[in-house]
Design a binder for this molecule. Structure first.
Ligand code: CUK
Ligand code: CUA
Ligand code: CA
Length: 640
């Protein structure tokens, strides 16, 4: 352990000793169970005097009726959704359905959402689930422009886009020939065209190897397996190109000049089993030269894989030996790294060690020089490798030269100085690298700072997304809630402000200044080509057994309030909400037919279902809208 690590409170060092005895090798061998053993020891390291805790809590609280300073857009893990919290309050503001089915809004039930999600030939959803890990926003001039947010699905390998004005999912793209789609990052500008100083591409890494093309034929032979980096067009959401690499890809970061995408790889071994994935001392951070890749695509130096038409270029080591023409650069990083983040000044990438107690700092300029042939070996791009603690995963930045890395095994966040780490690496042993440590509760995964992934990193807040809450909240059965801990990073010492809960299981998030996100409060009728124009446009239209029922809502009525169908009809209800009052949503549900969705002011949604039982069925408004909300209902009559 480092000097700095030893200098902690007695209680702390006891816990650390426990982990030390087991050692890094043990961590690798015993796997996750040891990691958890570390946190089984109840830790009251944060038990500060109540008065001090109250003062800290007050700093992070937002009074009743007051608004938060930031939006925190968070992934929702295997819930398949995205969430929005307010910062600093930690209040949950919204859950955005993305890859999941959401009865409240009708996501996955309405025809419009099913079209975005993708359907099978019979009209049912192609996939019902998703696993979201990373949310990132579109950039302009090195900071968020609030236009789009993207989020990955690791289960079914899809990239979704959330539009910033409605904060709703508007497009989903399935990526061919990949599995374990994990890290994503939008580019921050074009690498060549100076006029394009905003996001036009989204880079998507693949964590799992698959046979390329995917057949079971040679499943035992790893040589047939490979991983592809995918570039998706930010506007059209079409897949532009892919690059085949050696190893795998985990997290992604992009440079501020648009020239490079960086992805950390923990499986340079191309291992198919656990032990093989950990056999090498060094893995890699892979840098992709965007301009060269696109030139190679243009020049047609491509192949296609299986039934996919996406052009694929060769980014493997063997094909990229000459730096001056290389598409990729593999910088060696110790052992199964997790996370790569770029400093807000655009100068350095930080790869956290995971199985090594270090962070690796790689200089952007040197990687560019390597591509120019001016740096001999890729490892010379490394400018520091500070020891920071056990199980480092993700790093946030304050814009003042400091980095904040989550330490999964130590259950801490460590604050360290990037310039000092570089000086220390260059021989200045007096350089103070680690500046502070704070216990978090417990086992942090992602950590992220306010505006920390932009040039406007403001050094105010850091959120620690902890994987285990244990004793922090009332127990609610075997599955505990997760803890998010908000930390004030404006001073020399980090200060824990408060905990808030998160439904399992968030991974990454971003904290965005509130003035950047400009939402619309009212939809536009023309958003929907099939909107009901007015009373004259309502009613039942029949075409054989296909029936369209056009309905409009104006609080507290539906028009028409009755419609008559025949048993066996396939019915499409089109509902337009003609209310124009902010927040005046109506719900539409039909008894016994599993029909349920809401429409906002001036919004249209439709849903198709079959009626098979004769009878009278009430439809009603589910969303409290008016003093006569309960009376806002009508009848669907199904004749035999
Ligand atoms: S990964 Cu979850 S804690 Cu998917 Cu970003 Cu590191
Ligand atoms: Cu309309 Cu409740
Ligand atoms: Ca490895």
């Amino acid at each position: 352990m480092t000097e700095d690590t030893k200098a902690d409170t007695p209680l702390d060092s006891g816990r650390r000793k426990f982990l030390n005895t087991a050692g890094i090798a043990g961590i690798a061998g015993a796997g996750a169970s040891l990691g958890l053993a570390g946190c089984n020891k109840a830790d009251d390291g944060a038990a500060t005097a109540p008065a001090k805790a109250d003062a800290a809590h007050a700093k992070g609280s937002v009074a009743a009726g007051q608004l938060d300073e930031y939006y925190m857009l968070s992934s929702g893990g295997h819930s398949g959704e995205a969430r929005i919290y307010g910062v600093p309050s930690g209040r949950t503001l919204k859950r955005i359905p993305v890859f999941n089915v959401d009865p409240m809004s009708g996501w996955g039930l309405t025809n419009e959402s099913k079209q975005i999600l993708g359907t099978k030939a019979d009209g049912s959803l192609k996939y019902m689930t998703g696993d979201t890990h990373h949310v990132h926003g579109s950039y302009k001039d090195g900071t968020y422009d609030g236009k789009y947010f993207w989020i990955n699905d690791k289960i079914n390998n899809r990239l979704a886009r959330i539009r910033g004005d409605y904060l709703e999912t508007d497009k989903i793209t399935e990526i061919p020939n990949v599995q374990g789609f994990h890290g994503i990052f939008p580019d921050k500008r074009d690498p060549v065209d100076a006029a394009i100083n905003h996001t036009t591409r989204v880079f998507c890494g693949a964590e799992f190897h698959v046979p390329l093309p995917n057949t079971p034929k040679n499943w035992q032979d790893g040589a047939h397996y490979g991983c592809l980096l995918t570039c998706v067009d930010a506007e059209s959401m079409d897949v532009r190109w892919q690059v085949r690499i050696d190893g795998n890809m985990d997290l992604c970061a992009t440079s501020y000049d648009g020239k490079l995408a960086a992805l950390n790889s923990y499986n340079v071994e191309n291992g198919l089993i656990f032990s093989d994935m950990m056999s090498a001392e060094h893995d890699a951070c892979i840098f992709f030269n965007v301009e060269r890749i696109e030139a190679a695509i243009k020049a047609g130096k491509t192949v296609t894989i299986g039934t996919s038409k996406v052009p694929v270029v060769d980014g493997t080591r063997e094909a990229n030996k000459d730096p001056k023409t290389a598409l990729t650069c593999y910088v060696p990083v110790p052992k199964n790294p997790h996370g790569v983040n770029i400093t807000p000044d655009g100068k350095y990438y930080v790869c956290a060690g995971k199985l090594s107690p270090t962070a690796t700092v790689i200089e952007h300029e040197r990687v560019l020089k390597w591509f120019a042939g001016d740096v001999k070996e890729a490892k010379e791009c490394i400018v520091a490798e500070p020891e920071i603690g056990l199980g480092p995963l993700h790093t946030g930045f304050d814009g003042k030269g400091n980095a904040y890395t989550s330490l999964f095994l130590d259950s801490q966040v460590v604050k360290w100085n990037v310039a000092a780490a570089i000086a220390h690496y260059n021989g200045d042993k007096a350089a103070k690298v680690v500046l502070d440590r704070l216990d978090v509760h417990y086992q942090p995964g992602h950590g992220y700072a306010s505006m920390g992934e932009t040039k406007e990193a403001d050094g105010k807040y850091f959120n620690s997304g902890n994987k285990f809450s244990k004793d922090r909240f009332l127990p609610v059965g075997p599955l505990h809630v997760e803890t998010e801990q908000l930390i004030d990073i404006s001073g020399d010492k980090m200060e824990l402000l408060h905990d808030h809960t998160a439904h399992p299981e968030p991974h990454d998030a971003i904290i965005v200044r509130r003035d950047i996100i400009k939402t619309k409060q009212i939809y536009t009728l023309e958003d929907s080509p099939i909107h009901v124009k007015g009373f004259d446009d309502t009613g039942v239209k029949r075409d054989g057994n296909k029936v369209t029922v056009r309905i409009m809502s104006v609080a507290p009525t539906f028009t028409p309030s009755e419609f008559v169908l025949k048993k066996g009809d396939v019915v499409t209800v089109v509902l337009t909400n003609h209310d124009k009052v902010e927040d005046l949503h109506h719900g539409f549900a039909i008894e016994g037919h599993d029909v349920n969705f809401i429409v906002g002011p001036q919004e249209t949604k439709s849903m198709t279902f079959k009626v098979e039982r004769p009878g009278v069925f009430w439809f009603y408004c589910t969303h409290f809208c008016h003093a006569l909300h309960l009376e806002m209902r009508g009848r669907m009559i199904v004749e035999a």
